[in-house]
Ligand binder design. Sequence first.
Ligand code: B12
Ligand SMILES: *[C@@H]1O[C@H](CO)[C@@H](O)[C@H](O)[C@H]1NC(C)=O
Ligand SMILES: *[C@@H]1O[C@H](CO)[C@@H](O)[C@H](O)[C@H]1NC(C)=O
Ligand SMILES: *[C@@H]1O[C@H](CO)[C@@H](O)[C@H](O)[C@H]1NC(C)=O
Ligand SMILES: *[C@@H]1O[C@H](CO)[C@@H](O)[C@H](O)[C@H]1NC(C)=O
Length: 430
Amino acid sequence: MRSPLEFIFLLLIKGCLPCAVNEDQQPLETYLLNKMAQSAMASEALPNPNVLLALRLAQDHSLNIERRLLKKLSKDAIDRMKNVKTFSSGQVALYALAHQAACSNPRRVSDENVLLDLVSLLEQKFDMEMKNINNSNNPLTNYYQLGLSILALCQLQGTFSPSQIADLFSPDEKKYYLSGQFSVDTAALAILAQICVQNTMNDAALVKENRTISANVQWLLKKMLEHKSNRGIIGNMYSTGEAMQALFVADKYLVPGSWNCTQTLATVLSEIPKGTFDNPMAAAQLLPSLWGRTYLDVNRFNCSKDKGDHFTYFALQQIMPFASQRSITVMYTVTDSYSNRFSESTTVTVPESSVFFRVMEAAQEKDPKKFRFTYEQSQWGPYITSVQDLRADNENCIYWKLLSGKTPLSKGAGEYVVSDGESLLVKFTT
Ligand code: B12
Ligand SMILES: *[C@@H]1O[C@H](CO)[C@@H](O)[C@H](O)[C@H]1NC(C)=O
Ligand SMILES: *[C@@H]1O[C@H](CO)[C@@H](O)[C@H](O)[C@H]1NC(C)=O
Ligand SMILES: *[C@@H]1O[C@H](CO)[C@@H](O)[C@H](O)[C@H]1NC(C)=O
Ligand SMILES: *[C@@H]1O[C@H](CO)[C@@H](O)[C@H](O)[C@H]1NC(C)=O
């Protein structure tokens, strides 16, 4: 139970928020918390730093679950270091932010005999990104991860140079467009990072840098709001949560009336019962914004007051979709439209309610020569890395794109449910 004082405090902070969930809508938040907690407790799953960050930024806590996840993350970070596994700049940034949010020093991550400093590791990773930009004009990863990196370095007292940041996030199609499409997610992270940097600049000598950062933020906000739908969705459902965070922290740059937070919130909340945010990663990226919180709040906890198990985790019964007897038939095509080496089509029959991935497996089984593919497990699910041995190239942003007809999917192969007669396409493209 909450103490009366705490309750009044909650009412007070809710009262000054531009918009946040109300008492009636709280079960929707609890639903998301449970989706995340479930993934945190699953023993096989990759530990997810976004989930820990979101659990920490939530209104209700389960310290028990948070501690278990923190431990898994520490172990995994050390394992990646020891065994030279991939650990990209953005991943290191998320691990560091998650540790900080969970009141654990990111500079002293340890298991029995190893001590790891995630902040200096991040400094090295960021330096490598900058070197790559110097050499080839591209980061090793992408600008979304550069945003995460600066956001973390800025909040965890790492080293960075404001003038470098002002340059790095300047308006530029190349930085903020993925596959010809403006990336609201990337813009949101760039805003969060730059507002953080701006808040830490108290040197009058930095007037020029400060002005550049303000101009960058204003450009990004304008572009972001150009991608707002009439229901208040910014980009798509999966970019809206982080976009809301960016709009919260950059509110002083917003033209009054340019964004109706209440409307955006109502729309995302209405999607929760439809299962749109059932992916724990999707839940984690949305959750902070429901309370008007942002990734800039990771330092605002009073860690000595950290106690309580307010939120009760229900071991949700996984509701198995009714095993359908019905089969459906879909058209499946794999095309290399980058170097035009091949284009193959087939029809496959799969059980009703199958996901795209199942279609790919069925086609592969039918004709491995034409339809064999590989994937990597990521926090969002399986990421398709090659078809017929033709591999995606991150640095040059050539990848396997998923489409239904001509429409790019907004979910991955592991999640997108196909329907009878649908025409599915996996296309090698930039
Ligand atoms: C950059 C990016 C890409 C790049 C990745 C390569 C690169 N150059 O870095 C490109 C353009 C290739 C890409 C492709 C796709 N993406 Co993308 N991508 C992102 C973005 C902006 C940042 C990812 C990142 O770096 N995260 C930070 C690092 C630290 O985390 P990470 O787990 O190590 O990141 C890796 C994975 O996320 C993976 N990845 C990227 N996108 C996707 C999508 C899915 C479904 C999976 C499983 C993995 C995956 O690539 C990242 C870099 O290695 C996110 C935005 C977001 N909010 O997360 C969208 C996002 C994750 N992508 C999304 C989607 C839908 C796709 C596609 C399915 C689009 C399509 N129709 O083809 C494809 C994936 C198809 C496939 N082959 O399986 C959605 C996922 C939503 C959902 N519910 O699943 C997001 C949230 C964007 C959005 N708002 O819609 N993406
Ligand atoms: C990149 O190049 C610029 C100018 O050429 C230089 O100032 C900067 O130090 C370089 N950065 C890195 C990480 O090499
Ligand atoms: C930077 O610019 C912002 C917005 O114009 C202003 O509020 C802030 O005081 C400036 N900071 C410094 C250090 O000049
Ligand atoms: C914002 O949206 C809400 C919900 O759609 C609506 O009730 C309200 O009138 C809108 N406010 C403004 C200022 O447009
Ligand atoms: C944090 O909480 C402790 C214990 O309640 C209190 O003594 C301390 O003053 C608080 N610190 C801050 C910065 O609020």
